[in-house]
Design a protein around this ligand. Structure first.
Ligand code: 5AD
Length: 434
């Protein structure tokens, strides 16, 4: 019988991608992926530590696995991968001695050595990250996510990422094009370039920047849509904006985390821009691409955030009118400079600020979604709708999910014209037009 593995993934797209690499590597070696952990001879937890809650979940999962491990009587190995592995390292083995190995995000390319028992703790960042685009286990037949850089050289005072994913390392231009080419040949039409600060990309051999890479990938025949995640405001430049404007297959959608609307808070966060500067960047992009849909990340309750600071965040939300919002209460992370920035914001106050922000955003999103009614939008068909198998589902150019009536024989990955007739809570509804 072949060896079997079960893998569970938390966190961001980078972690999803690490799972695709881990799973692909194992499958290439003859392992079989199972969806039931009790059938697995290897259990991998690919973990996230961006906020305290995600980290706690890992330890409660490990608690559950203790019994499974005891019952299996040596028949199962447990590995902790991802950012909690990087952050806690050896401490995981002390706290949960039934764990067999701990491997951080820098060690995904070293799975063979780890499984061979040569290392039980792999938490360094080797210069050679070993990207093997052939061993990606991509969950979608139409979409491919491609890592273009890893790590982060910014020092935002709240953030654990520089610790868990190391310094910035970009892959070479040609390596990325080879991976995209191979994915096109396997039928993928939609691409997402990924990096923690994706627009800080610089080819290590030629120095070409993110805009140049965007243009090169967008020009490849067969690329119907090209997305990217996550951009840092301070790294937005003319070459990136020009690429977005000049290529019809690069969506009118940009996720641009602002974190706060108060320049005083932004300074303490070390975000490298003021609120005015952020608005200026947005205005520059809107001038070039008027129909663009912006989404953002916001942290409320950062140490020292006053009511007046928070009012400025609300004000920014009203001015920019972000279509989508990912907002979080500040969560203290081990070793980050924000721990010493104080004074902490009372938890009840932070919660009420978060609620007010969501309420305001709900109104904005409602207006936003309502404005699509009656319009015909090109939708990239991704498969049957999750909630209603009679309906088809896909995404608009500017990243809204659309559930629509249409021909179920429509080939996956085709662009369909859909007349939007209804705005739902987070999604749009419509009908394919002939
Ligand atoms: N507390 C709360 N939210 C955080 N984020 C990053 N670090 C923290 C933290 N310590 C949020 C930021 C970031 C998103 C991925 O997670 O908004 O953009």
């Amino acid at each position: 019988m072949s060896q079997t593995f079960f893998i569970e993934t938390w966190g961001c797209q980078m972690n999803d991608l690490d799972t695709q690499r881990l799973s692909g590597t194992l499958k290439l070696r003859g392992w079989q992926r199972v969806e039931d952990q009790t059938l697995a001879s290897l259990i991998l937890l690919n973990t996230c530590s961006i906020r305290e809650k995600s980290e706690q979940k890992v330890f409660s999962r490990l608690g559950e696995l203790r019994e499974l491990k005891a019952a299996a009587n040596g028949g199962v190995r447990i590995g902790v991968a991802g950012c909690v592995a990087q952050q806690e390292g050896e401490k995981i083995l002390k706290r949960a001695p039934w764990v067999d190995f701990v491997m951080g995000p820098g060690s995904v390319g070293y799975l063979d050595e780890i499984l061979a028992g040569q290392r039980t703790i792999a938490v360094d960042f080797p210069d050679d990250r070993r990207y093997d685009h052939l061993s990606m286990d991509r969950p979608s037949a139409t979409k491919a996510q491609v890592t273009i850089m890893e790590g982060c050289n910014k020092n935002c005072t709240f953030c654990i990422v520089p610790t868990t994913r190391g310094r910035e390392v970009s892959r070479s231009f040609d390596d990325i094009l080879i991976e995209v080419r191979a994915a096109i040949e396997s039928g993928r039409v939609e691409f997402e370039l990924l990096g923690q600060t994706v627009n800080a990309y610089r080819c290590p051999t030629t120095g070409r920047d993110f805009g140049a890479l965007l243009s090169a990938v967008a020009s490849m025949p067969g690329v119907a849509r090209l997305r990217f995640m996550t951009s840092h405001p301070a790294e937005v430049n003319d070459s990136m904006i020009a690429a977005m404007r000049n290529h019809a297959n690069i969506p009118g959608y940009l996720h641009l985390p602002v974190q706060s609307g108060s320049s005083a808070v932004l300074r303490r966060m070390k975000r490298l821009y003021t609120r005015e500067k952020y608005e200026e960047i947005i205005a520059r992009i809107r001038t070039a691409i008027p129909e663009i849909h912006f989404s953002t990340d916001i942290i409320v309750g950062f140490p020292g955030e006053t009511d007046a600071d928070f009012e400025q965040t609300l004000e920014l939300m009203r001015r920019i009118r972000f279509g989508s919002l990912f907002a979080f209460k500040y969560s203290p992370r081990p070793g980050t400079p924000s721990l010493k920035i104080g004074p902490p914001v009372d938890d009840a106050i932070a919660s009420s600020r978060l609620n007010r922000l969501f309420e305001l955003h709900e109104e904005i999103k409602r207006e936003f979604l309502d404005s699509y009614r009656g319009r015909v939008m090109p939708v990239l068909y991704e498969g049957p709708s999750r909630h209603d198998p009679e309906m088809l589902a896909g995404r608009t150019d500017d990243n809204w999910v659309v559930n629509f009536k249409g021909d179920p024989r429509t080939p996956l990955g085709s662009l369909v014209g859909v007349r939007i007739d209804q705005a739902q809570h987070h999604t749009l509804r419509g009908e394919a037009i002939a």
